[in-house]
Write a protein that binds this ligand. Structure first.
Ligand SMILES: Cc1cc2nc3c(=O)[nH]c(=O)nc-3n(C[C@H](O)[C@H](O)[C@H](O)COP(=O)(O)OP(=O)(O)OC[C@H]3O[C@@H](n4cnc5c(N)ncnc54)[C@H](O)[C@@H]3O)c2cc1C
Length: 465
């Protein structure tokens, strides 16, 4: 590439066209910056190609089974259903290809130059395009390379194990599957496969699934999943996987053996930091393995920024998008923006669904002098006719001194949609009294959020010794 008058070929070079990179590129170009973006796989990144979007499509597919069952109590006679995995995957692939094309078109419309290849850093202002060997001089570089599935420590037979990446491309629905992991991806895939008719065993080494979530949420979801027929084995790990005539034989830490058609690990993800040229440049890594950045997403090397999963802060699409946007607003829009990482709502698209925002009870009790807990567990109205054995959990965690609602935790149908709206109130600093002053909308499950009159518990923090 030939140097432009500024001495640079571009004002911003973005490595990785995922959630964070695409947003940063488009915002920067909107301010008139010359922007180039490199993508080694598919434009759209994890979220669009093999994360949030395809996953939610599979979640929708998996929930019809319950709808068919529930319909009977409402007078419907449901003919025998059949499910065709290949149709689902083909339709999903078509939608993902459409989205990829839309992302590409939007970048082009914004005058962002796309290079479909791997890119690495050569020095603080030079990016090398691996395929052609071309070098691009950039005033600023944004590393937005995302993350990759982690398989944990090596075990015999690891070559038979798949990650979420492969789960999206299976040719057939596994009749039996073992999923190892306790985070949201493991739990979601366990529920997807179960809903679609697979016999699922979820194996997790910890004492309960969804580490980091409120303990009541963890317990409630596990109970509900078990009620629906999912086998959840906590306190176990997979020690080996062997191919046998009957299928894949998974051996657990207590010697138990489970035969299945597929074994999937979702035991965490690692930031894509390898072979990018970071070490040679002296770009500091954080303790958790991601690229260390300050509140403006600046790395330890001037002019080089990093956003999204590669920084391993909060690995969610909207967070990567905000971070990418903030970098470009700061650099090219003359509006320095720090991203606020507090009170980020999050969901687990399990069956039933989980939606949470803010502090867990444990976090609140460690932080506040007094913590008030309001909790409702009730049978949803729909279950009265469907006959489904299920309960919804709604829990508010309140700072007892200021009355502010510090956390909200929901397990039940529609939890994700509910929590997005509740997050606005929590972010604004709404108090429990504000919740109480809001008129209920009847009959809904969400009305419980504003009708929780009685405290279920109140805790006073003991003074430190
Ligand atoms: C199964 C699954 C389900 C998920 N569900 C949700 C959800 O429901 N909600 C949610 O908010 N988040 C979800 N996530 C997380 C979400 O997908 C990520 O947080 C988000 O995609 C991060 O965006 P990013 O820009 O940091 O990276 P990515 O979107 O991963 O994009 C990085 C891009 O960089 C490319 N790349 C890497 N190295 C190079 C290189 N050297 N040169 C060129 N290109 C390179 C990669 O190919 C990739 O396209 C899910 C993730 C997974 C895996």
């Amino acid at each position: 590439m030939t140097g432009k008058p500024s001495g640079f070929d571009v004002d911003l070079f973005v490595i990785g066209a995922g959630s964070g990179g695409v947003r940063a590129a488009r915002i920067a170009a909107g301010y008139g910056a010359r922007v180039m973006i490199a993508e080694e796989f598919r434009v759209g990144g994890t979220c669009v190609i093999r994360g949030c979007v395809p996953k939610k499509l599979l979640v929708y597919a998996s929930r019809f089974a319950h709808e068919f069952e529930d319909a009977v109590g409402f007078g419907w006679s449901a003919p025998t259903q059949t499910f065709d995995w290949r149709t689902l995957i083909a339709n999903k692939d078509r939608e993902i290809a459409r989205l990829e094309a839309a992302y590409t078109a939007n970048l082009e419309k914004s005058k962002v130059e796309i290079v479909k290849c791997r890119a690495v850093l050569e020095d603080a202002h030079t990016v090398r395009l691996v395929e052609s060997g071309a070098r691009v001089k950039a005033a600023h570089v944004l590393v937005a390379t995302g993350g990759t599935p982690n398989f944990g420590a090596h075990i015999p037979g690891l070559e038979h194990v798949m990650s979420s990446n492969e789960a999206f491309k299976l040719h057939e629905l596994p009749r039996r599957i073992v999923v190892q992991g306790g985070g949201y991806i493991a739990v979601e895939f366990a529920c997807i496969f179960h809903g679609l008719g697979s016999e699922v065993t979820l194996v997790y080494r910890g004492e309960n699934i969804l580490r980091g979530f409120d303990d009541d949420v963890r317990e409630h979801l596990r109970t509900e999943m078990t009620r629906r027929g999912l086998r959840v084995l906590c306190g176990h790990t997979v020690t080996a996987v062997a191919k046998t005539a009957e299928g894949l034989e998974t051996e657990l830490s207590d010697g138990t053996k489970i035969v299945s058609d597929r074994v999937m690990f979702a035991v965490g993800r690692k930031p894509n930091v390898e072979n990018l040229g970071l070490e040679a440049l002296g770009i500091t890594r954080a303790e958790h393995g991601g690229i260390a950045v300050d509140e403006y997403s600046r790395t330890s090397v001037p002019h080089i920024y990093a956003v999204g999963d590669v920084t391993n802060r909060i690995n969610l699409t909207p967070v990567a998008i905000r971070e990418g946007s903030a970098v470009s607003e700061t650099l090219f829009g003359g509006r320095p923006i720090k991203v606020d990482h507090t009170n980020i709502p999050t969901a687990v698209f399990s069956d039933p669904e989980v939606g949470v925002v803010g502090l867990t009870e444990t976090q609140a009790r460690a932080r506040f002098a007094r913590t008030d807990i309001y909790r409702a567990m009730f049978r949803p109205l729909k279950a009265s006719l469907s006959g489904r054995d299920t309960t919804v959990l709604i829990k508010l965690v309140v700072d007892g001194t200021t009355d502010r609602v510090a956390g909200c935790h929901i397990v039940g149908e529609g939890a994700a949609e509910m929590i997005q709206m509740t997050a606005i109130a929590v972010k604004m600093g709404a108090t429990k009294a504000d919740f109480d002053a809001t008129m209920a909308l009847h009959p809904t499950a969400a009305e419980e959020l504003v009708t929780l009159r009685t405290k279920s518990a109140s805790y006073v923090r003991e003074a430190a010794e």
